[in-house]
Design a protein around this ligand. Sequence first.
Ligand code: IFM
Length: 456
Amino acid sequence: MTSRPPTGLPDAQTFLWGTATASYQVEGATTADGRGPSIWDTFAALPGTVRDGKDGSVACDSYHRLDEDLALLDRLGVDAYRFSVAWPRVVPQGVGNVEGRGLDYYDRVVDGLLERGITPMVTLYHWDLPQALESRGGWLNRDTAEAFADYAMVVTERLADRVGLWATHNEPWCAALLGYAAGVHAPGRTEGTRALVAAHHLNLGHALAAHRMREAGAGDVGIVHNLNTVWPERPEAADVADGVDAIRNRVWIDPLVDGAYDERLRAIAPELADPDVVREGDLDLIRGSADWIGVNYYTPDRPDVLDEGEVDAGAAAAYPGVEGLTFRPRGPLTDIGWETDDRALTELLVATHERTGLPLLVTENGAACVDAVADDCRVDDQDRITYLRDHLAALERAREQGADVRGYVCWTLLDNFEWAEGYTKTFGLVHIDPETQDRTPKASFDFYADHVARHR
Ligand code: IFM
């Protein structure tokens, strides 16, 4: 343990430059040291769920290569490293028995960061739910919210003497809507609008954890969302755009700011008006429960109405209850098919600041590019550099317009397991040789290192 005091949210004059990873995407070692199975282990083992048929069992092997990753962070010169704790590594069955060896690993991560002067930014839930909890209903079961708060306290008790900057969930929209409605992420369920019950339990889990963590003196506890600008393609798309905004943005932000789910949401999912689901006191607990908001931004949403005869099963599944919806991204697209438009980042940060009044961190931003790998494993990823340069400028514009943004975290340090895309889409600043696990910084690594060095 080091004697360094916990480092929380920076003040308005200080800015944190960082990079990020998430446990299942980089750690590997999914059966090491008592780790229990997660929903992603189960889901990825099913045929057809992951594009290249692979999983996170090895990933970047970061569990065994911590020193190499720390050396990369040191070389990058970042102020902060955002990583997530794997719930099944710490509480293998989701509740009950705590696995000390799992906590020891995160001790080593935190100490290694602090020794290098890097602030740890800990995310407690980046989608690797213990399978044992899913077997009891997962996020559709209210007990999971309570279990999450208990797990959060186990981590707090171990790390809060050195960690002061926490996020409860990462992108709960993906956990709820991709996991329980579209079924394209773990646990792969297709429950339609009932996914919004999962959303409520994620909101509740956040609030239960945040209150207990704050009481225990954990520091600054926020939540990370992939909120989005919603730009309707034409006036006729106003209604579907409102549905997208409800499910993408308002289901998270309204309870946090106002302690309410609005009429549109309650019409889409009547459960949100059911006192057995949203129980007395839930919304009061959620309101005001974040010290800061993390904004993950990649691409704007351009909802539109379907043309006659047109079908968009993906949009219908991910936005249940929003009839006749499609999205019309405009080029240029990144390798994952996402539109590139940095103006949306400025707009989103200004709007989120105005709506919440809370300090913001850009907790993810980056691009999946077709990375041509040279014989020496170098990658001259000029497309990623262009994306980052444009979005860093957009961030500056947001700050000039008054958005209280206290940091920027580039996604991601390493090429890693990109969920349903497997290893086919790369966002990393560092290339990983899949055979040897050798790490080779890309041109974007040098670009970002230089940007960080010049903007301190
Ligand atoms: O890789 C993901 C990350 O886990 C969550 N945010 C989006 C990234 C790119 O898809």
